[in-house]
Design a protein. Structure first.
Length: 581
């Protein structure tokens, strides 16, 4: 009989579930995609049900459930930290205790109550989950690993060796000394939301000059030669307060924390540039140390900091490691994947299984909808639409993009992880000078400084971006070699966060790119996630239709069906009756 392991992450941010069947990923999804609550941290009941449905099983067929961290160890750290700072921070402590006493200490009971599960519920370390999510989704049989995030139980950074079916941790940096929390503190200082605005800080950095690097390194954080760090805690309040920084931090930089949505002045641009440089330096030093200690040619990188594609690109070009694999689900949602892998291998002691390219490269692990399901929704909403065969669809969409139309693209299984990689994507032509501002203001409804990423035909990637390797998961930046030809997907510093695409990866989107290249002598399209600001990436056809009509997109492609906004005479968007079961 098949053996099923269910991995779960929950109760902090980005709750998710992943199901393994005999050591192979069957499905994985984030809870936010179903509830439509961005970064939903609730128990991932919808994600779990989706995973079970994908295998046509019930919860009683699951052999074990594994949680992505050890709550008791994290609880001990929180109690110990607040005891050291008492009575300061009592409000933050009391707020934390409510969630801990209500749910976080009772994971097995919650699992059994919510799911009716009667089997084993086990736990693994947070950073081991990160390491496993990267290593077991890689093609390596042996590698070093480096995990960097805010904090797990006690660890904020770990390194070690993964070999065969084993993960061995060799060293750790412990809370409160954390590169992830350092970057989040500057995210907060620049007026962005912690745990979701870090990528905004990274996007803002090229607009500034890194004039505060020395101040940060002299006063805020001590960086040793091995990349380990020690924060100067006089400037931070995250140990005991509700904010990341305190008045001493603001005094040091002689400016208050920026209010969200207020003007972005040169000062905050320079702050963003400075902490980005510091982060890149620390990541590089860490990687050099890990290589020297492990002697490995391969590196698996994971944790929230691994989503900093600028630092990743810098590390790649340094050639410290011959090969680097970064998990496309490096954040806490991916902890569900790593936890499931760890539980499977610990229980069975079976060899590491080769991961199919379709899953490894694109993480197309979420819900997929049939043509009949899509057409039913279109008919129920009285929408005018066209059904096209695959070849005609590719040509038509390429023609629409050439004519400066913005296309919502909904196809195949939804991606798992934070990146839109061609399944739930907004497409646009990069050749127009004003397309970036149009997308930011009219479609995504977000800050104008935010860059857009290109997707490029893999065989043209070197000519356009000087790439010596594929980049299928959009986790590295490269210098654009022809920025004048694709101005709307090149950042102010001349770089792009590139996704390379082959025919095997995604045949339909590849075909659109081929046709667009034939029409425009340009094998590049803008690829941005299919959502509005503050919303999760769309999951279902109804989510896509709602987003389409809530923005100024021109064309909606749902599988083989094409909807033009200009052709709609009456729109009946009674969406609530289409909530997913």
């Amino acid at each position: 009989m098949a053996e099923y392991v269910l991995g779960i992450s929950a109760f902090y941010h980005d709750s998710a579930a992943c199901l393994l069947k005999d050591g192979v990923i069957v499905a994985a999804a984030q809870e936010e995609r179903f509830t439509r609550v961005k970064q939903d941290k609730s128990f991932p009941k919808n994600s779990i049900q989706f995973c079970l449905n994908q295998s046509n099983i019930t919860i009683q067929n699951v052999d074990s459930i594994v949680f992505y961290e050890k709550p008791i160890l994290k609880f001990y750290r929180i109690l110990n930290t607040h005891a050291q700072h008492a009575p300061k921070g009592f409000r933050a402590f009391s707020m934390a205790m409510k969630s801990w006493l209500k749910q976080k200490l009772w994971i097995p009971q919650i699992v059994k109550r919510e799911l009716g599960f009667r089997g084993e519920v086990c736990f693994v370390h947070h950073h081991e989950s990160h390491a496993a999510s990267a290593y077991f989704s890689s093609s390596f049989d042996e590698s070093a690993f480096l995990t960097i995030d805010g904090v797990g139980e006690m660890a904020t950074t770990t390194y070690g060796v993964a070999k065969g079916n084993k993960i061995t941790t060799l060293g750790e940096i412990h809370f409160p000394h954390s590169l992830g929390l350092l970057y989040s503190a500057f995210t907060f200082y620049c007026g962005f939301k912690v745990n979701s605005g870090e990528y905004k800080l990274m996007g803002l950095a090229p607009y500034g000059t890194p004039i505060y690097v020395d101040k940060i390194l002299n006063d805020v954080v001590k960086v040793r030669d091995d990349g380990s760090i020690k924060l100067n805690l006089k400037y931070f309040s995250f140990e005991y307060g509700l904010k990341m920084i305190n008045a001493e931090f603001e005094k040091l930089f002689e400016n208050p924390a920026r209010l969200p949505e207020s003007e972005l002045t040169d000062f905050y641009n320079d702050i963003a540039a400075s902490i980005q440089v510091v982060t890149e330096q620390i990541v590089l030093k860490m990687a050099k140390f890990v290589q020297s200690k492990t002697g490995q040619d391969n590196l698996c990188l994971s944790g929230g900091v691994a989503l900093n594609c600028v630092a990743n690109g810098n590390l790649l070009r340094s050639k410290v490691f011959k090969n680097i694999w970064i998990s496309p689900f490096s954040g806490d949602a991916g902890g569900a994947v790593g936890a499931a892998f760890l539980a499977w291998h610990n229980k069975t002691d079976k060899p590491k299984i080769s991961v199919p390219d379709s899953l490894k490269s694109h993480s197309y692990l979420g819900p997929e909808f049939s043509s009949s399901e899509i057409e039913t929704k279109l008919k129920d909403l009285d929408l005018n639409y066209h059904e096209l065969d695959a070849e005609k669809l590719k040509i038509q969409v390429a023609r629409d993009l050439t004519e400066k139309q913005v296309v919502g693209w909904f196809s195949s299984s939804m991606e798992f992880g934070p990146r839109a990689l061609g399944a739930r994507t907004i497409l646009a032509s990069p050749v127009f000078d004003d397309m970036q501002s149009h997308l930011n203001l009219k479609i995504k409804k977000r800050e104008g400084f935010r860059p857009f990423a290109p997707v490029v035909l893999e065989e043209h990637a070197n000519k356009w971006f000087g790439m010596e390797r594929e980049s299928k998961t959009m986790l590295y930046t490269y210098n654009c070699l022809q920025p004048e030809k694709i101005p709307s997907c090149v950042h102010v510093d001349g770089t792009s966060r590139v996704q390379t695409l082959s025919k095997v990866d995604n045949e339909m989107l590849y075909g659109v790119l081929e046709q667009f290249n034939t029409m425009n002598s340009c094998p590049v399209l803008i690829n941005t996630s299919f959502n509005e600001r503050g919303e999760p990436i769309v999951c279902s056809p109804i989510d896509a239709i709602q987003c389409f009509f809530g923005t100024e997109m021109d064309v909606l492609v749902l599988g083989n069906f094409v909807v033009y906004k200009s052709e709609q005479t009456q729109i009946n968007l009674n969406l609530r009756k289409y909530e997913m079961d």
